[in-house]
Write a protein that binds this ligand. Structure first.
Ligand code: SAH
Length: 454
């Protein structure tokens, strides 16, 4: 326990940096680091100390003495409560700079990579309403079922009638569903008792084609009077293309169960990305920010710089998006993905776009890559796009063992990326370029694309 600071002390603090998660950081005169969420670099604050550890403490803003130049007016009621946005109180240029610094810091601190300079963040033209996917939990209240978002690190639901990151049409979907649930006296699932029907409202939207998918995650097989619900939705949403019921009867934090039933329309929607058509099924991955994903994939394509006779290996390929946007520039594309539905979509996407040189493997990237290597496959370029936990060191060994001329690493987690890049640089690969693309405005997340060569 630190002697200089106590819980509930009020201190003055200047915010000098940001953590990777987007909390402001300042230091007391005694050198104690204090984390203050929703502050801005340059703020001079009166801070209430909430929690004290040996060398650091947590606090919250009591009063802003002098605001940072980067501050803007927050325009959302749920900001700071819902666990969604982190940066609604600072301007976008400052947000981009914070993100660039986050990546640069991770490379130096975790990757030990001192000489690499991260390119300026590729910013978004649209910093609000850019998401094409929402998963809204619901709860039972005195006034019936209510939708919202989980508070940060919690399952407490914060109501939010209009999330500014989501398209406005999503509000209509939740409103129609809420009214239907209450009219038909059906209840929200309760995590504590395991009783109640509706767990999540899951919405996906294909921006370019204007196709809407609504997926109800239910405890059981469906809802009563589904026909009435579907009619209500169709009446209000002419672009509705798919209504799906997903069964999830487990006592789990995982949102989606594995069983889907299509109650209306198609079992997928379709979007266009980099001029190619892509099918989106409920369980398969699709970047949440379409416009920025196009910029990301275009940079990845430039990095791969294919000439026509290469073998391209796309690990963690999802529905094949990245590889398929490059397949016409190489001899052969091999994609690897663990989710069966996504692999099926990848095959359909290839067919749909008249791409004949693509093959997809359903499996764990690590084992699939080992098998390809054992079979003597020699990719010229390897793309990896893993989830946040990054690559496992054995897979890095296998990739390096295949001796591709180039590796393009697409990452949504700067810290695991830095850890992995260090391993690549220790194994004969050098980093040529890193660009950050902002797919997640207002949140601390940032996507990176890295070019490495042998
Ligand atoms: N490249 C795609 C998908 C990236 S998301 C795109 O840009 O759209 C990461 C993907 O990796 C997801 O589709 C996920 O299902 C898949 N995945 C997760 N773990 C995996 C593993 N161990 N092996 C192969 N794929 C995996």
């Amino acid at each position: 326990m630190n002697r200089q600071l106590r819980k509930n002390d009020i201190i003055t603090l200047k915010i000098t940096s940001m953590t990777a998660q987007g909390s402001g950081v300042g230091k007391t005169e005694d050198g104690i680091v204090v984390f203050v969420p929703f502050s801005a670099i340059g703020d001079e604050l009166e801070v209430r100390v909430l929690k004290v550890k040996k060398t650091y403490a947590y606090g919250k803003i009591e009063r802003i003495i002098t605001p940072s130049d980067s501050r803007i007016e927050n325009d959302c009621e749920a900001f700071g409560k819902c666990g969604g946005c982190t940066y609604r109180h600072i301007n976008y240029n400052s947000e981009k700079e914070i993100k660039r610094t986050r990546v640069q810091d991770a490379l130096e601190r975790i990757g030990g990579l001192k000489d690499i300079k991260v390119n300026e963040v590729v910013g978004s033209d649209k910093t609000d309403r850019y998401r094409n996917k929402a998963q809204l939990p619901c709860r039972n209240t005195e006034n019936g079922v209510e939708f919202g978002y989980y508070a940060s690190h919690s399952h407490r639901i914060v109501p939010c009638a209009d999330c500014l990151l989501q398209p406005e049409s999503f509000n209509k979907v939740s409103e129609i569903t809420r009214a239907f649930m209450n009219e038909t006296a059906q209840s929200a699932y309760d995590e504590k008792t395991g009783k109640g029907k509706l767990r999540h409202l899951y919405i996906r939207y294909a921006e370019k084609t204007d196709e809407l998918m609504i997926c109800y995650v239910v405890n059981g097989n469906g809802l009563k009077q589904e026909d009435k619900l579907i009619k209500n939705l169709k009446d209000e949403l002419p672009n509705l293309k798919s209504v799906i019921f997903n069964s999830n009867t487990e006592n789990t934090n995982v949102v989606l169960g594995s069983k889907n039933r299509t109650a209306y329309g198609k079992d997928y929607i379709e979007d266009i990305l980099c001029g190619k058509k892509f099918k989106i099924s409920p369980l398969s991955f699709y970047q949440v920010n379409r416009a920025q994903a196009e910029k990301l994939y275009t940079i990845a394509k430039n990095y791969a710089d294919l000439k026509g006779d290469e073998v391209l290996l796309d690990l963690y390929c999802g529905t094949g998006t990245i590889g398929l946007t490059m397949a016409q520039s190489c001899k052969k594309l091999i994609g690897v993905e663990i989710i069966g539905d996504a692999v099926n979509d990848a095959y359909k996407n290839a067919e749909h776009n008249e791409i004949k040189n693509a093959e997809f493997i359903c499996g764990d990237a690590k084992f699939a890559a080992e098998k390809l290597r054992a079979d003597g496959v020699k990719p010229n370029v390897i793309i990896v796009d893993p989830p946040r936990k990054g690559l496992d060191s054995e897979l890095i060994g296998t990739i390096v063992g295949m001796k591709p001329e180039k590796i393009v690493y697409v990452s949504c987690d700067s810290e695991t990326l830095a850890r992995d890049l260090r391993l690549f640089t220790e194994k004969n690969y050098s980093i040529k370029e890193i660009t950050s693309v902002d797919l997640f405005s207002r949140t601390p997340h940032i996507e990176n694309v890295v070019l490495m060569s042998r």
